[in-house]
Design a binder for this molecule. Sequence first.
Ligand code: GLU
Length: 428
Amino acid sequence: MENKNYNAFETAQEQFDGVAEILGLDQATKDFLREPLREFHFSIPITMDDGSKKVFRGFRVLHNDARGPGKGGIRFHPQETIDTVRALSMWMTWKCAVVDIPLGGGKGGVICDPHNLSKNEQERICRGWVRQLAKNVGPITDIPAPDVMTNAQHMLWMLDEYETIRGEKYPGFITGKPVGMGGSLGRTEATGYGVIFTLREALKELGIRPEDTTASFQGFGNVSQYAIQLYEQYGGKVISVSSWSQKEQKGFTYRNKSGINLKELLGITDNYGGIDKEKAETLGYEVLPGDAWIEQDVDILMPAALENEINKDSVKKIGARVKIIAEGANGPTTPEADQVIKEKGIFMIPDFLANAGGVTCSYFEQVQCNMNYFWSKDEVLGKLDSKMTAAFIAVSEMAKERDLYMRDAAYVIAIDRVNLACKNRGWI
Ligand code: GLU
């Protein structure tokens, strides 16, 4: 997240500016695409369980909707800022474009810490968020979804509030809903599985068998949990995973050199991906500092937590054996760190390609809601695999053809598509 020296929006703009040069975009187009189209900042007053009143700050940013309605999650985080939401909305635009789904980029957030809020208080925040925005979001305007520390239950409360205000049913208003309540089978798995579909393709390209690889993961939330599951199914071995300890207010890395036991760890993890440190110790895991995940002697690194985790300092700790970085998180790597990764010749699967499985499945969820006919899990995941694989191949071919770093190649494809849509609409 943001700290004194880091601003996610500046990173997003710097990445964009670099590729705008490669593409030779004109000044007006650059000015147009490096800023969001519109943004909402608002207050959400809540009655707490003890009867007191508290005001939370909420945001929704629409970066671009030239290719379709805005799309993107809502984060609950104590360090949420408008610039983080701006950056994430911009990355959503490129994400939807690179996998070629007919959606634009948006993002939302609330400054709050769900660890310290009861279920009822969280419900009131969800309903309050929708109340502030009901006129400006919707199935053909801007469609929210889950992100860091929000889940299917939050989405259902938001849907219920929206439908109550509108007096009609709008299952396509929000995605990531519970299965049976307009949600899609496979949506929970989609982001993590999507990362591994792209990793599988990268390994193929490098001529490495998954069963000959080991990996270290940062974060143990929804993305990591399912990514680890599929990676292990393909034969890979995860030797370490880091996780935030709410009790100690810092992260730890849990290591077992012969391979972590996913089921066992899931049994001692809270709803937000926090592993219980004492229990992990009892189970025999080595407990290392939170940032130790990056310095492990592994083939694959998977940052799947927050922004600014691979930066100019931490990048120096990456071991000589690392061949691939697959970004499950949004914005984990800074431009300075990218430079070092490029020089080291590590194969980068950039965030808005690697983690596009979530929004791709959200798009499938909307399609199913529109038809009011729901597919089997195999059908959903099969379609997801085809989409992710096609997007990966297009990016890696572009990278080879124009001798580009994978992140830049993904940007070239995405920005080109959005630029074309803006031009064809006569906007710019
Ligand atoms: N929050 C997820 C992301 O960053 C999913 C967004 C969506 O499904 O709309 O991609």
